[in-house]
Design a protein around this ligand. Structure first.
Ligand SMILES: [Mg+2]
Length: 249
């Protein structure tokens, strides 16, 4: 089956979410007086760990439809600060100051723009993300790569979040393609690769940290692993015949 589109995860796949969040959160904590402005950084990792734990818990509740996007942000601020009674207005203001530091720290991975450019003449490209459409659209604009994508599909507007098969199928339908014509690339083995595979797409797991190799575990059947995006064009050529002129578009 010819590959007609590459569907992308955004956070921690093309966009260095973890690095941007780390830099932004530390700047914010320092500005708020929660960490020493200068000097030894021994409190950094502990603070980041609590920050990420609050994010994971509350973002999961947002994805499950238990809270709205704004309330999930407020809950992250209250949980991290240990101030359950913080008012909505104060939580919004605190989170807003974090956002300013975070956005000033936004950065792509070095291999992202080159691979998007390399694939542009060969295949259609789109984003499928579990975050909110408005956020991801703005992020892509700021990062200067919005033009690489035909469309940006997010859980809030699709009504389904990865790894649900419906999310992948809705994205394929939006592109007017069958799952067999679409490759999905993402950094999470379960949410991205297994979800995509189970929905009938060609699943590529971007394992930047090399966790799969270190664990020495066999890859789940039907999942391809790459350690960096520079490997993607060659992988697509191998597994799908992609790149042969007769199969393109
Ligand atoms: Mg991701």
């Amino acid at each position: 089956m010819p590959v007609r589109a590459v569907l992308w995860d955004l956070d921690d796949t093309l966009f260095d979410y973890t690095g941007s969040d780390r830099t932004g959160a530390l700047r914010h904590f320092r500005a708020e007086g929660l960490l020493p402005a200068h000097g030894p950084a021994h409190g950094d990792e502990e603070a980041l760990e609590r920050w990420r734990a609050a994010m994971e818990t509350e973002f999961a509740r947002f994805l499950a439809g238990e809270v709205g996007f704004l309330d999930h942000r407020r809950a992250r601020a209250r949980t991290f600060l240990g101030t359950p009674l913080l008012s909505d207005a104060d939580a919004d203001a605190w989170f807003g100051r974090y956002i300013a530091h975070y956005e000033a720290s936004w950065v792509l991975f070095p291999d992202s723009a080159p691979v998007l450019e390399a694939l542009a003449p060969l295949v259609r490209q789109a984003v499928l993300s579990n975050a909110s459409t408005a956020n991801q659209e703005r992020k892509l604009d700021v990062l200067g790569i919005r033009g690489a994508f035909e469309t940006v599909l997010c859980a809030d507007e699709l009504g389904y979040a990865k790894p649900a098969t419906e999310a992948f199928h809705a994205a394929c339908k939006a592109l007017g393609l069958t799952p067999g014509e679409v490759v999905y690339v993402g950094d999470k083995l379960d949410i991205d690769a297994l979800g995509a595979r189970d929905a009938g797409l060609t699943a590529v797991w971007l394992d930047r940290a090399g966790t799969g190799e270190e664990a020495g575990e066999e890859l789940p059947p039907g999942v391809r692993r790459i350690a960096g995006l520079a490997e993607l064009p060659e992988l697509l050529r191998e597994v799908t015949g992609f790149g042969a002129p007769s199969t393109i578009r």
